[in-house]
Design a protein around this ligand. Structure first.
Ligand SMILES: [Zn+2]
Ligand SMILES: [Zn+2]
Length: 227
């Protein structure tokens, strides 16, 4: 087998369960050396998944609690945003390397085995970024895993979170709005917002607020690859 990330050939470990499954080798794979660079998150903040020793809410969530006393956003995250993950994300977003979308897809795929929602809503990029990269970086990762409902859009001229300092990120104004809908969606449905990184939470809280306009009874959570 050839590793999707480093392109080296390797012998995949035999998993007995897979020998009897029809899903054998359907998912692209990473070699052990690459896989080990990415650190799965141990239980941390119960609300956003931030890595920490304490089982209580993290500082970010405590701050959000002041803004949203009864509506904290529950985020599911799979990996620590370590140096290897940072490098992978930078390479993916800066150079728009589509192959890396498959690497990220492979890494996040197991998370969906335990999650079930009615709608999976990708957090959109600004139109100028779509034009520059020629593809949507979030859709490219998640489209192969779950059916996507692109219910949100992002206004032009809103710079990406990654290029800003923490304080500036938190002060970013709301840039998301609902796409005009063709039909109506069932009330009280379960939505999962999909994004790559949870940094301060600002982006995801804005996306959640924009989506909540659709249905105040909607149950909205989020999933990010890293925290
Ligand atoms: Zn590799
Ligand atoms: Zn938290």
């Amino acid at each position: 087998m050839r590793c999707l990330y480093c392109q080296q050939q390797f012998l995949p470990p035999i998993v007995w369960r897979e020998l009897f499954s029809l899903q054998v080798a359907q998912q692209p794979v990473l070699c052990q050396a690459c896989q080990q660079q990415f650190e799965p998150l141990a239980p941390g903040c119960p609300t956003c998944g931030r890595p920490q020793a304490s089982p209580s809410r993290c500082q970010d969530c405590q701050r959000w609690q002041q803004h949203y006393p009864t509506q904290l956003l529950h985020n599911h995250a799979s990996y620590h945003y370590n140096l290897a993950m940072h490098d992978l994300m930078v390479q993916y977003k800066r150079y728009g390397d589509y192959q890396l979308a498959l690497v990220l897809q492979t890494l996040i795929a197991p998370a969906f085995r335990k999650l079930e929602y009615d709608y999976y809503v990708p957090v959109p990029s600004a139109p100028e970024h779509l034009a520059r990269r020629q593809f949507d970086t979030i859709n490219a990762i998640f489209a192969g895993l779950v059916p996507l409902s692109p219910l949100l859009e992002k206004a032009t001229g809103t710079s990406p979170q990654g290029e800003k300092q923490r304080r500036a990120r938190l002060q970013t104004p709301q840039a998301f709005y609902l796409r005009p809908l063709v039909g109506s969606l069932p009330p009280g449905a379960r939505y999962l917002l999909l994004d790559d990184i949870y940094t301060t939470g600002r982006t995801l809280y804005h996306a959640r607020d924009a989506l909540q306009v659709l249905d105040p009874q909607a149950k909205i959570e989020s999933l990010t690859i890293c925290r």
